[in-house]
Design a protein around this ligand. Sequence first.
Ligand code: 6R9
Length: 647
Amino acid sequence: MSEVNIRQVPNDFAASAHVNLEQYESMYRRSIQDPNTFWAEQAKTYLDWFQPWDSVLEGNFEGEARVTWFKGGKLNVAHNCLDRHLDTRGDQAAIIWEGDDPSEDRTITYRELHAEVCKFANVLKAKGVSKGDRVSIYLPMIPEAAVAMLACARIGAVHSIVFGGFSPDALRDRIQDAEAKVVITSDQSLRGGRKVPLKGNADKAAAQCPSISTMVVVKRGGEPVEWKEGRDVWYHEEVAAAAADCPAEPMDAEDPLFILYTSGSTGKPKGVMHTTGGYLLQAAMTHKLVFDYKDGEVYWCTADVGWVTGHSYIIYGPLANGAKSLMFEGVPNYPDNGRFWQVCDKHNVATFYTAPTAIRMLMGAGDEFVTKHQRSTLRLLGTVGEPINPEAWEWYHRVVGDGRCPIVDTWWQTETGAHMIVNLPGAVDMKPGSATKPFFGVEPLLVDDQGNEITETPAEGNLCIRNPWPSMMRSLWGDHKRFVETYFKMYPGLYFTGDGARRDEGGDYWITGRVDDVLNVSGHRLGTAEIESALVLHPKVAEAAVVGYPHDITGQGIYAYVTLMAGEEGDKALADELVKLVRTEIGPIAKINLIQFAPSLPKTRSGKIMRRILRKIAANELENLGDTSTLADPEVVNVLIDNRLNK
Ligand code: 6R9
């Protein structure tokens, strides 16, 4: 890997960028040497405070890893994203919404969004929601999702968005864990011309959620839905009757803003909890500097608000900066594979931010879908969600960006809240496939399996972060013990990311992917344990082990090894049933690609499944299976190899 292909940001771009190399280096140095002064300055620059804080950073990653930023400071996220812009840009677009159907779009100004948020905040209050209460949001990519988030923030309620592609059971688990009072959904969702019955799913979930007293339903698809009198209300009716005046609740910087469930290596999904001040600061600052956002530009992040990328980079970061944020309801290949670029031309998009899986899919569809559109307003491209392979990077750069737009590769996580390692454009050269250098205040390091820091360079190891940063999660909802155990036990005193990384000769970081039992399929995180739990629900299944294997489009595919109960036969029909079962339990995003029925699984003498071997067989990498001598029955491996499915 020594001949790294270094690419420079074009001079004219660099000349007008918010941050150049010299500034990056001196600011980075200050952010590490004197974080309190550095972040206090940023907090005053980027946010509006009702009352100043008592202390900037308190706490560290030792012991219980209790960390606070700007404690005692009072602010409100909705005020920062809406009210403070009204005088200067009240009539400017806040959200430019593009529907699934290319003939449908809507522009919502800051003034309009502010009014709608105030009204809906009053609706929530009238339904008994007050500061600290949880509200679940299960909506498609429609403006009401932004309204719901900001209305919660305005009154201090904690939102928990559940991606619309999750099943009723997954929604139920998340509502129950958060003990939400209200769930906000829509009659249907519309994606790629297809309707999904979201309200029907929410009904199934809510039937098992005694905490839910109200279901607010947005009309989107227009088809009839079941109605539970006394619980269900229409969004449009409630909002029409609500007052447009609702003061923004002064929140402590450390009051919770949202919970977002994400997959971990074990057990049920974790409710990652973010708070108010530090989160908004780093979301706003990275949005401005990483995307080199200039006032008046149209900025487009294609993520869904059900993921952290949608939270930080469709809603909170851009709106805190008074940006024009494009929100897209549809999919990249509807009505055809040119949709992204057609939308870029239609709305004069300057910044475009998407995931490698979408880039690879569109690359496979052919250049003509891109080149038939102008893309002349594009200035910067971004990528997130998984490592981008250099081939996809080159195509994105050359074909989509006409070789003229820099690409920012942004590494971060649900847990980190905002960008952590990224090539700041105008300051840092690009290296296809590398996220390169830490953002301000972030100290990455590599640690070996024994927990020793690897100080030499180049090197490869487990990626950790040394000190707290403002937008880090503060806890797992209702389970601080699990928070400590998951992130701070493995390497005491450090935050463990779960990712592996390489540091090259130049000191730049290359994320190599998860080193734990978390899969990354199309940029979506899925725990192998969740999928295994779903598989063993089937009466014929005795045991299951799930691993990822390299997949051209989705990055990773899902490979399941299934052992059946004695006397049962594995055939195509049963495999199909199991694929369906997992889809029903978790949702369409958990699509198993390959199921291998196995008489038994390779285990150590203590009964631990040797996933390392299963991963190699699934990847069809048979040369280097490693040491199998500790297996209880080494012969099992040969049977698995003979019957492997990815040849
Ligand atoms: C923002 C987001 C986090 C995991 C993370 C890593 C992978 C994200 C990446 C990347 C390489 C990048 N990941 N961005 N890997 N390069 N630029 O995706 O959050 O859904 O929590 O996933 O995604 O493995 O640990 P989340």
